[in-house]
Design a protein around this ligand. Sequence first.
Ligand SMILES: Cc1ncc(COP(=O)(O)O)c(C=O)c1O
Length: 492
Amino acid sequence: MFTLPQKDLSAPTTCLGPTCMQDLGSSHGDDLEGECSRKLDQKLPELLGVGDPAILSSDTSYLSSRGRMIKWFWDSAEEGYRTYHMDEYDEDKNPSGIINLGVSENKLCSDLLSWRLSQSDMQRVEPSLLQYADWRGHLFLREEVAKFLSFYCKSPAPLRPENVVVLNGGASLFSALATVLCEAREAFLIPTPYYGAITQHVCLYGNVRLAYVYLDSEVTGLDTRPFQLTVEKLETALREAHSEGVKVKGLILINPQNPLGDIYSPEELQEYLVFAKRHKLHVIVDEVYMLSVFEESVGYRSVLSLERLPDPQRTHVMWATSKDFGMSGLRFGTLYTENQDVATAVASLCRYHGLSGLVQYQMAQLLRDRDWINQVYLPENHARLKAAHTYVSEELRALGIPFLSRGAGFFIWVDLRKGCRGSGRCLQANPKWLKTPLPLRAKSQVTNAGELVIASWPEGPAATVDLGRSGAAEDRLWMCHLPGRCLTWLCA
Ligand SMILES: Cc1ncc(COP(=O)(O)O)c(C=O)c1O
């Protein structure tokens, strides 16, 4: 843990994230909300770190305004991905290629997972698996998910299959929840820095925006830590959103947090949930990293382990296999909510986001194999995550670079500001760091995607990092995905 220099006190506590397609073009109403949205629309490309606002207004005979916005999200990420795909790193074939650090993936246990998923018990094809099924997911899978979550979340009472909906990943779940919980242009509070793609997830279908709760890197007292979320900050953010004419419908909590790797204590969770209840806000608790806690001493507790939820009808928990099981390509996610209206509405959208019967079968087999998970997979995954974390931490210490040391997730949040020179977004390496065990030589190039940086150094691999949508500008530092086992450069 470390203390970062004082933040610019004039910076707002809340900032509204981008609005969506419904606000584009000339179809705004003249109401306050329309006016607010119009201003935000003008800021949209800027907020997302992309160049020319004309992209959004340019007329095309092919796409609706909604289609233009959806395409714009794609285009804004394209340049970095194109660069990456043209020169992907491969240990043998392209050792000087680009490692993509802008996507959160754990590849450390691919060997174990490939082995487990290719065992004979995974290969069943029954007629019922090939037919339409309950859009919430087959009962056999929802029963397995309920047992799995009861066990790993340590719920005080067994969780119930009727509160489970399965679908194709956490992103779809954000999208579905935003659509069924909010009216267009309403907002979710989200502590920032945050996993930036949520902006897109809640926006593309639901036209929902985010209202940022800025966390501060400054340590203000004995009992505080950098980037600590407090009820006071939540209250301020809520007030500011209201003062801008935006209705806040909920709060998104990511625990363990991406990208800080931070963990909320049960007491903190309780306080945030009570805050939400006081304001009748839904809470989406994203626990997709819950089994990627590799330091037992950090004492992670799932929200589902709390003795009593302050507002169970407005508390919705999500988990997925993308992170904890390193299977982001398989597309499996699950919602747990006691609210049957919410479960049913999300299930209705599963007509478009559902899982194939065969994948449901495989997932049930995987989740029920508690012996393999407990005795083989989790210990090995944690050991490998910890080794990667130790490797990166030691290199950072040797370089004299301060960072947040957490015991969860795939991230290390690094403060490189002291070593940065140059102006604007493009930063140069501190020459001192060139004389380090790592052959770092920054060759930073800021693309017109704002904060996408391509860095390379002579003997090592190159890397791309996209921090552009992580939140608070002055705390946009550098994120390293542990499994990549490499250090990369940054932007501000
Ligand atoms: C915190 C968090 N939630 C959700 C997701 C989306 O996961 P999925 O691949 O299951 O859609 C991610 C992906 O990076 C994430 O980091």
